[in-house]
Ligand binder design. Structure first.
Ligand SMILES: [Zn+2]
Length: 293
């Protein structure tokens, strides 16, 4: 005879064993170089690009920090070469999580957009699924990105404010190379799920602003190096605009958000359900409905 709730306890204990097994078996998922960049991909789960993160170091500058649950791999990567500068794109825990540890290790104060500085100082809430995926994030005193941001050798870096995915998100353009460190602006051509705090109209505005710049390579912390990056980003922009038009057309025909979601994007997936619909298809549909076309 099983005790009430025994089944749930069994499931929790099996889940804990699974997590422990994953933790003990994972290593750096990939390590590569690209035209002066050193990169490592880390992640607790090897379930594709959305569950792993790439740290990029260009010369003595590191762009974003990777998540805290990967610190055992991030630390030796940071220690490989002398670091002079740490630049952050936004506060999300996979991007900024280790900023405090890197500061303690190297004595380097992270540089970040103004809103990111505020968020990192007071700390921020991380939903449970993201906490499982990435771990917690350090609170840290960062400094605001200067107007004349550059690499150690004086090469100019332009910061491009690109809110929408997060209110503080900023991309970094290296105009002389035609490179864009794109934070979470690109990731993929097709957007399937949206966080509850993301806003499609603002994402489109930001994307348009970036598309007006000169670059050809996107350096994405999830996807990797994307050649013809401007073309790919344009495709993503077009995809979202088309999706928003379809959503609005169906809405005018009287369909509910749930019905529109099912028709255009199919059923919610496991990630949606695990996140309690914090990250879901219906969020994307709802936000598309508000876009002014
Ligand atoms: Zn993000």
């Amino acid at each position: 005879m099983s005790l009430p709730g025994g089944n749930l306890l069994c499931k929790i204990s099996a889940f804990r064993r699974f997590i422990a097994a994953v933790d003990s078996s994972m290593a750096v998922l990939d390590k590569f170089q690209y035209q002066g960049i050193d990169a490592i991909r880390v992640g607790r789960f090897n379930l594709g690009i959305n569950s792993s993160f790439i740290l990029y170091r260009l010369g003595n500058t590191l762009i974003d920090t990777g998540p805290t649950n990967q610190w055992r791999y991030v630390k030796p990567f940071v220690e490989e070469k002398p670091l002079q500068q740490l630049i952050l794109t936004h506060h999300h825990e996979d991007h900024s999580g280790n900023a405090g540890r890197i500061k303690t290790l190297t004595n380097i104060t992270p540089l970040a957009p103004e809103l990111t500085v505020q968020k990192l100082k007071r700390g921020f809430r991380i939903p449970i699924t993201q906490r499982i995926l990435w771990g917690a994030a350090d609170r840290v005193e960062a400094a605001v990105i200067p107007q004349d941001l550059c690499l150690a050798d004086g090469e100019r870096v332009e910061s491009i404010f690109t809110p929408g995915h997060a209110k503080d998100m900023t991309c970094y353009l290296l105009p002389e190379r035609g490179w864009l460190f794109s934070a979470d602006l690109y990731i993929a051509n097709h957007l399937k799920l949206l966080r509850v705090d993301e806003d499609i109209a603002t994402i489109l505005e930001s994307t348009k602003r970036v598309l007006a710049l000169e670059f050809d390579t996107i350096i994405c912390p999830h996807r990797g190096i994307v050649k013809d990056g401007k073309q790919r980003l344009q495709e993503k922009y077009d995809y979202i605009v088309n999706l928003a038009a379809e959503v609005q057309q169906l809405h005018q025909q009287g369909y509910s958000q749930k019905a529109i979601t099912l028709q255009l994007l199919g059923k919610e997936n496991l990630m949606s359900r695990l996140s309690g619909y914090n990250f879901s298809k219906i969020n994307l549909i709802r936000s598309c409905q508000k876009v002014v076309l």
